[in-house]
Design a protein around this ligand. Structure first.
Ligand code: PEP
Ligand code: MG
Length: 588
């Protein structure tokens, strides 16, 4: 058998080996099959039967997922039921069958292409997602035109799931099964639903493999290396052994991480620090705590809006926030209000595309333009705060006027709740993100208005250095250790500390051991990051004295280039603490 090695994007670390199960993809027909006039009624009945089967299938799936993974994941099926029940969809299909006198298969194929065309031309992340949802629903109806019941793949032996693309509903369904050990997909990126889900469930996954689904067949043996983003089809015994020992090393490493997770977050000279987790889905809370998070430092609430065909209601928000507050209690959860606008527009509101989204109507700017939406979210956050572990965090502040305005809205909502005798945390802390350079320069005034700040280094660096954070061609300029960035961060951290208020860094920078030591030296104590990096950072910070970091940073701030800063810091730290970067050298 031929050995094939494929490179993709490792989106969930770890190594899985086993037999392939291919997820069957519905291929819409490209054959326009004509029927006679007297067959039209039969064909319409066939279509309606397929709709009914699809409806009961979706309801069944919804219950199944709800039971296994909770309401949040089951939500996707509500969205699909809404699409299915949209009168537009069925009438479009009926029209094609009746007017063109064709089989239902062709009608579905045509309507699918039609919608895909519309959504594609909008070139917007949210609409792309809707296109996938409509295709997902149409694929089910298509399959149900035949009487064949959907093959319920509940394999007895553990499998590696291979597919061209996992539709959101399939991802939830397949990955909730304990039997899927690894995932390999042709399509997808780091932030796809499958990737997030696989990470939170600890299932190794590689996506973006282009054509793995064409290269394997059911029963092939596959290695999925989610750490290095590689997939090997039918490996000979020598390679299997190699990966078996890599898996063992990874498992030992995981055990080591879990051990670190239980250690006290304290530097060598006894300075306490707090590792926190950045998450996108409520399901990630449990994994975050297992990595040693002492709370959720950043809950990006966008998914609540992006996963719904209609705007979320206060109840939708509340259900999610209550669940999070409950599962993190007594630790805190910082709920960030919507950071949307620009490229991630909300079709429910018909926002126009902007020429320069990063500098456009984003985050708080968007919220202040859409007051009712903002108030709905704030009301739900307040209602979820009865346990007193909820914090309100507002993104993209540029000027004091915005802070004053948001505080006014916050007060109004509180007054309303009080008037209707709804209980909430009267002293719910309210904070803002420092991620626009102007806000960093103005932090002394801002901190007097709020309870805490959280520095979003991803955006702060992007705006300060004028480097698009997602653009590969300029990524070489995205330097967290650029002396200008470090001086700005030092100023913000020291100023907030001077006022005795809380400051956190919640950008990617907090997840890098060297950066974390530098931030510690500036006086930072709260580090919020993707939870998988917590043990690494914790280990690095536990291996140094805060005093050493402080002294070294004071010198490093005078240097002229990022390279000089890095060399100087590593050398100064290692001279005193040779163990400091040990963990960051272990890759698997
Ligand atoms: C940041 O900008 O650093 C941040 C944490 O926010 P996001 O990555 O969600 O923009
Ligand atoms: Mg940001």
């Amino acid at each position: 058998m031929e050995v094939i090695r494929l490179r993709g994007i490792g989106v969930s670390p770890g190594i899985a080996m086993g037999e392939v199960t291919l997820s069957e993809r519905v291929v819409f027909t490209s054959r326009r099959e004509a029927i006679s006039q007297d067959q039209v009624d039969d064909e319409l009945r066939r279509l309606h039967r397929a709709f009914e089967r699809t409806r009961s299938e979706l309801k069944e799936l919804k219950d199944h997922i709800q039971e296994r993974m909770g309401e949040q994941q089951a939500f996707i099926f509500d969205a699909h039921l809404m699409i299915l029940d949209d009168p537009m969809l069925i009438s479009n299909l009926e029209k094609v069958i009746t007017e063109e006198k064709v089989k239902a298969e062709w009608a579905i194929s045509k309507v699918n292409t039609h919608f895909a065309g519309i959504f594609e031309s909008l070139a917007d992340e949210y609409f792309q997602q809707r296109k996938t949802d409509i295709s997902d629903v149409l694929a089910r109806v298509y399959r149900n035109l035949e009487r064949k019941k959907e093959k319920r793949e509940d394999p007895d032996k553990p499998v590696i799931l291979v597919a061209h693309e996992l539709l959101p509903s399939e991802a939830a369904l397949y990955l909730s099964k304990k039997k899927v050990m690894g995932v390999a997909l042709d399509m997808g990126g780091k932030t796809s639903h499958t990737a997030i889900l696989a990470r939170s469930l600890g299932i190794p996954a590689v996506v973006g493999l282009h054509d793995v689904s064409l290269k394997v067949k059911n029963g092939d043996f596959l290695i999925v290396d989610g750490t290095d983003g590689e997939v090997i089809i039918n490996p000979p015994p020598a390679i299997r052994r190699e990966f078996q020992s890599k898996r063992e090393r990874y498992e030992t490493y995981q055990k080591e991480l879990k051990k670190i997770a239980r250690l006290k977050p304290e530097t060598l000279d006894g300075v306490r620090f707090t590792p926190l987790a950045n998450i996108e889905l409520p399901e990630e809370v449990t994994a975050a705590f297992s990595y040693g998070a002492e709370g959720i430092g950043l809950f990006r609430s966008e998914f609540i809006y992006l996963q719904r065909p209609v705007l979320p209601s206060e109840e939708d928000h509340l259900a999610i926030y209550l669940k999070m507050a409950r599962s993190t209690y007594p630790k805190p959860v910082y709920i960030r209000t919507i950071d949307i606008g620009g490229e991630k527009s909300l079709p429910q509101l018909n926002i126009e595309k902007e020429p320069n989204p990063a500098l456009g109507l984003r985050a708080i700017r968007f919220s202040l333009k859409n007051r009712e939406l903002f108030r709905t979210q704030i009301r739900a956050i307040l209602k979820a705060s009865v346990r007193k572990n909820v914090r309100l965090l507002v993104p993209m502040i540029t000027e004091i006027e915005e802070v004053v305005e948001l505080k006014r809205i916050f007060q109004e909502v509180k007054d309303e709740l009080r008037a209707s005798k709804v209980s909430f945390d009267e002293s719910l802390p309210i904070g803002v993100m420092i991620e626009v350079p102007a806000a960093a320069a103005l932090v002394e005034s801002i901190i007097q208005e709020v309870d805490f700040v959280s520095i979003g280094t991803n955006d702060l660096i992007q705006y300060y250095l004028a480097v698009d954070r997602g653009n590969e061609s300029v990524s070489y300029l995205f330097k967290p250790h650029h002396p200008a960035v470090l001086r700005l961060l030092d100023y913000v951290i020291k100023t907030v500390n001077k006022y005795g208020k809380e400051v956190t860094v919640c950008g990617e920078m907090a997840a890098d051991p060297l950066s974390a030591i530098i931030l510690l030296g500036m006086g930072l104590r709260n580090f919020s990051m993707n939870p998988i990096f917590i043990p690494k950072v914790k280990k690095a910070l536990r291996a140094v004295e805060a005093r050493t970091a402080e002294e070294a940073v004071a010198q490093a701030l005078k240097l002229k280039t990022a390279t000089e800063v890095e060399e100087f810091m590593i050398e100064s730290i290692l001279r005193k603490h040779p163990q400091a970067f040990l963990m960051s050298q272990i890759t698997t």
